[in-house]
Design a protein around this ligand. Structure first.
Ligand SMILES: Nc1ncnc2c1ncn2[C@@H]1O[C@H](COP(=O)(O)OP(=O)(O)OP(=O)(O)O)[C@@H](O)[C@H]1O
Length: 227
C-alpha cells in the first residue's frame, strides 16, 4: 500500500455473472494528479470507476481512499465518505433533472450534506456557478436552456458543492462539441491545480489523454496492459 496516495486500488475485481469486467486491476493516485484509464469500449473502464466510487461494490480487491479501506465499510459508514469522491459523467443533461432550475441542482448537494442555510446558501450557489465559469444568473434557468458545455459545467459545480478530494471523470467531454471541449478541460485543469484535486479520468481520445493526464493506464479485456 502507498500511504501517501489519495486513492490506492489493489487487485480490483468486478464481475457481472460470468463476465469479469475488471480483472485484478491496481493503481494509485496522488492529490493534484490526473490518472487516465484508456482502452477500447468494453475493456472495463466504467466498471472500475463505479467500483472505486463504491456505486457498484467490487467482487474482490481493495479501494483505499484517504487512508481508509472502503470495500469493508457498510453503506452507513460510507455516507460521510461519499461526498469526498464525486463522479462527473459523460451525459451532462442526464445527470440534471429537467424540471429543476440550475440553482436548485447546485444547492441539492449542500442540502444533502446539511450545510445549506437560507442566509449563506444562495451566495454559495452563485460562487460555485462563478467558479465553473457561469454567470450566476444561469441559476434561474433549466437544463434545456443551457448548452451541453454549460450543463457539464453545472455538473462540475454540483460535484464541487460536496467539497470532494477526488473526481471520477467518466468521458466528461466526449459528448461535447470539439469547440467547447477545450474550455471544459481547461476549467478542470484549473480546479485540479487550485484545489489539489485528484482525477481518475476515463477517456478514449488519445490526444485529450496525452494533453490532460499525468499518467495513463491502458486496459484491455479487464486487465491493465501498461502504465
Ligand atoms: N450492468 C452490466 N451488466 C452486465 N454486463 C455489464 C454491465 N456493465 C458492463 N458490463 C460488461 O462489462 C464489460 C466492461 O464494460 P464497461 O462498461 O466497464 O467498459 P468500458 O471500457 O467502460 O466501455 P465503454 O467505453 O463502452 O463505456 C463489458 O463486457 C460490458 O458488456
Amino acid at each position: 500500500m502507498n500511504d501517501d496516495a489519495l486513492l490506492d486500488v489493489r487487485d480490483l475485481v468486478v464481475r457481472y455473472g460470468d463476465v469479469t469486467a475488471v480483472d485484478h486491476v491496481s493503481f494509485a493516485l496522488a492529490a493534484g494528479e490526473t490518472l487516465a484509464l484508456d482502452g477500447p469500449s468494453g475493456c472495463g473502464k466504467s466498471s472500475a470507476a463505479l467500483a472505486v466510487l463504491q456505486l457498484r461494490r467490487p467482487d474482490a480487491g481493495e479501494v483505499r481512499f484517504e487512508g481508509r479501506e472502503l470495500t469493508a465499510l457498510t453503506e452507513r459508514e460510507l455516507r460521510p465518505v461519499r461526498p469526498r469522491m464525486q463522479p462527473v459523467f459523460q451525459d451532462p443533461y442526464g445527470s440534471l433533472s429537467p424540471r429543476h432550475r440550475i440553482r436548485d441542482a447546485v444547492a441539492e448537494p449542500l442540502k444533502v450534506r446539511g450545510v445549506w442555510s437560507a442566509t449563506d446558501g444562495p451566495a454559495r450557489v452563485a460562487e460555485l456557478l462563478d467558479r465553473v465559469g457561469l454567470d450566476p444568473s444561469y441559476g434561474d434557468r433549466r437544463p434545456h436552456e443551457l448548452s451541453g458545455g454549460q450543463c457539464q459545467r453545472v455538473g462540475i459545480a454540483r460535484a464541487l458543492a460536496s467539497e470532494p478530494r477526488l473526481l471520477v471523470l467518466d468521458e466528461p467531454v466526449s459528448s461535447l462539441d470539439p469547440s467547447v471541449r477545450a474550455g471544459v478541460l481547461n476549467l478542470l485543469a484549473d480546479l485540479r491545480d487550485d484545489l489539489g484535486l485528484g482525477y481518475l479520468f476515463i477517456c478514449h481520445d488519445r490526444a485529450v489523454v496525452r494533453h490532460f493526464a499525468d499518467r495513463v493506464i491502458e486496459m484491455r479485456e479487464g486487465r491493465v496492459i501498461s502504465g
